[in-house]
Write a protein that binds this ligand. Sequence first.
Ligand code: NAP
Length: 308
Amino acid sequence: MSVLVMMSGSESRLDAIQQDFSAQGFDEPIWVPGDDFDPEAVEMILAWKPGAQDWRPYKNLKLVQSWGAGVDHLLEANLPAEWTVARFMSQSLKDRMVRYVCSQLSNWQLDMPRLFQAQKSADWAWHDGRWGKKVLILGLGELGQSVAQGLLSQGYDVSGWSRSAKQIDGVESLNGEAGLEQGLAQCDYLINLLPLTSATRNLLDEKLWAKCERQPVVMNVGRGASLAEDDLMPALKSGQISGAILDVFSTEPLPAVHPFWGHEGIWVTPHIASISAPEDVIALACENLELVRAGKAPRFPVDLSQEY
Ligand code: NAP
């Protein structure tokens, strides 16, 4: 029995992946698509964007472990509904996301692009910054809660919107349509950390911008398709929002001809807010395989029927 690694580029990364499995004391075979192996011997699939395919040959599969925290790529793969699925999560993933969000907000407030530009002409471009304290985080899960704590420690007023109510010291928990409207009306910064599901696809659209009253800066670090991209530039032009810091896009890499690249009010980063460290993914995969072999639930399980 063994592991099948299904991720783009996995053939070239197989040596490194095997070393990370060995470091965990895992000495069973590791295969990639194209290898000569018996699908019935595959116990775990370690996957990133595997694509839809015929999953029936994997009769003895115990676990699909997602390489990333998001599992929209697995929803697209049409996995059998009864399969056990887990996603990646780690302290380093949370820490990195917190640092990205906090530093980008500071960069925005200090208008760093203008200061970098001014430095080139020895221009002492003093300004008193663009401040604002109220943050609304869409999604108060593993990453959203960590970001909330990070922002609280920097003195922000933090609200978070989620499906279920949360009890987090110092964080206002908002739920439902009314909670979303309340949060949108009061925020200076809006941070999307929702998973991509049928309910969150295109959620950030012209109807949502119309509910914002304080011209927030929008940061999308969840998934690109939660933002209705065609509605963004009109919202910037009309002043409903003051800027957009985007790390994720419907199409990645963002096409070179995309108008977001050249827009002054939009900052583009190449899906680097946080990344899955391979050694952490493989450590969790080994731990989860042991758990499911023992008949237990894996850590960070995914409910495919809920889409996250
Ligand atoms: P998570 O732990 O599953 O949390 C998701 C949160 O969203 C939960 O609070 C959930 O509510 C809420 N939610 C889901 N659907 C909702 C809806 N329809 N209405 C309101 N709230 C809803 O996810 P996570 O680990 O924090 O990760 C969030 C996303 O970040 C991932 O799915 C991934 O797409 C993205 N991500 C991006 C990067 C990057 O580099 N840019 C890196 C890693 C992850 P409940 O708490 O009530 O369930």
